[in-house]
Design a protein around this ligand. Sequence first.
Ligand code: SAM
Length: 301
Amino acid sequence: MIERYFQFLGEDQTIQLLEANEKPLTPSIRVNTLKIDKDTLKNRLESKGFKLESIDWIHYGLKIKKSPLNLGSTHEYLQGFYYIQSVAPMLPAFILDPNPSDIVIDMCAAPGGKATHMAQIMNNEGNLILIERNRNRIPALEINLRRLGVSNSIIINEDAVNLSKMNLKADKILLDAPCTGEGLIRQDSSRKRSKTMKDINKLSSIQRKLLKTGLNSLNPGGQLLYSTCSIAPEENELVIDDVLKDNSDFAIVKIPGNYGVKGIVDVYNKTLREDIKYSQRLYPHLHNTIGFFVCLIQRNI
Ligand SMILES: C[S@@+](CC[C@H](N)C(=O)[O-])C[C@H]1O[C@@H](n2cnc3c(N)ncnc32)[C@H](O)[C@@H]1O
């Protein structure tokens, strides 16, 4: 893993990344604006002894600087006033920014962190179609939808690779792809050793299939947001470059707002399509987040 990091980060940044991976992440919550506004929730939690700080990127996000209670056991949590979510995973739904009138598909939905976020942005209107292959993960998704008061969604227990057979076309699609979770080492140190090159190759093949299917299910002018909690180019830029190869129907869109650093165009002795630079990478040592990747792709009209 470190040898690969040397190739796309260089020695200095790799060392900084490894050091940052050892530092704990400040917990954060996303206020569920379907049920409560940020100031009211902030006052309620502060009166219980919480110390909270705003998040620059997400105006309804709060960092937890001091927490006298377990975040998952407050009355406010049980009433669905917030979702416990770190900052980087708040970005995909925020950037995709679905409209209340849109048909939206979340191709890999459980346990619903980003799905409930999209429902909130859509003001519980429009159609939110949630696909999840793993039946065992659906109860957690259902519980989160119910707790947060989401009422514009349906769940389909299916392999999203079969999306094209479902005859569905969407205005916005979120593909928060299954990945090695290399970016999660800061939260889960077992990830340092749990995945091999074989896992990366297997996942990158699944990611390619999912991305291809997702893009084919977009309406003209529709957008797909691809995200992973991995910093491996094999699961990010290389997947996108390969799927978009020789296909002039799609373009990578410049993400409104600057969150991370540019996507990697030159990697492992390969030069990828130029617009891959519009994707954004987030790193523990540069952005004080988990390792994360986002890329917004649009179908031409
Ligand atoms: C990264 S997690 C998604 C997290 C979720 N988006 C959230 O924000 O809470 C990936 C999910 O995709 C599911 N998954 C993996 N392969 C899939 C496939 N081919 N079709 C549909 N879901 C899949 C996994 O079971 C897992 O629940």
